[in-house]
Design a protein around this ligand. Structure first.
Ligand code: ZN
Length: 223
């Protein structure tokens, strides 16, 4: 794999998932659900998904850190067929991570076409790409990076077909003037057009998520 430089001198490859790209890591604190339970990180959700035993899932949910969840995940009774399904499960979980944390979805979309590689030093060439000397001859599957790029493409597609909308609110402050409940429509700017942004509110909380004045609205058919 070549770590080429783009026109602006920035590396075309993003990785490892540290520093300003730590949010791409499964260890990043971002509520993620699996099978009806919300876990504190994507790592917790993934480790819990390995087993079908409720008490083992609860133990993982109770782990204070993603590192602890990872270690606990090694002790669970894995469900049958796990090895064959784990990339699909990771895809499902990573999709939830970005749907549930749309400010991260905006950041993911902003990585454009750049390759995402979980470079690491812990010999994980299945989910990532270990850069130690001992692993030079290994195949580097980078499945986590591949899943992230797939999810990025799917988010793009859903923005294109209108089931997700990425827009700037023209006057973000207007949201404050609206009632606690129900649907409000605000003007936004998206794709060179003025658009109506429908925003659901419930108990004073809104279902759009704000990053500066950039919002991410769930489409009607996506709940
Ligand atoms: Zn290695």
């Amino acid at each position: 794999m070549t770590k080429g430089k783009g026109k602006n001198g920035e590396s075309r490859v993003i990785g490892p998932f540290r520093g300003r790209y730590r949010w791409l890591s499964n260890f990043f604190e971002a509520p993620t659900s699996y099978d009806g339970t919300v876990y504190p990180t994507t790592e917790h959700a993934y480790q819990a998904s390995k087993t079908e035993l409720p008490h083992q899932r609860k133990l993982i949910l109770a782990c204070n850190t993603p590192g602890q969840a990872k270690r606990s995940g090694r002790l669970v009774t894995t469900r049958s067929g796990w090895m064959k399904m784990r990339v699909d499960v990771m895809h499902e979980i990573v999709t939830d991570k970005f749907e549930r944390n749309p400010e991260l979805a905006v950041q993911l979309i902003r990585t454009g076409q750049r390759e995402l590689v979980e470079y690491n030093r812990w010999h994980d060439n299945y989910w990532g790409h270990c850069t130690c000397n001992d692993c030079i001859e290994e195949m580097h599957f980078n499945h986590l990076g591949e899943v992230l790029m797939q999810v990025r493409g799917e988010l793009w597609q859903r923005c294109a077909d209108g089931s997700l909308m990425l827009a700037y609110l023209i006057k973000p402050g207007d949201i404050l003037a609206h009632p606690e409940h129900g649907q409000v429509t605000l003007q936004g700017y998206s794709d060179n057009m003025i658009v109506d942004c429908r925003v659901e509110m419930s108990n004073g909380e809104v279902t759009y998520f704000k990053m500066a004045d950039l919002i991410f609205v769930r489409g009607a058919d996506n709940g």
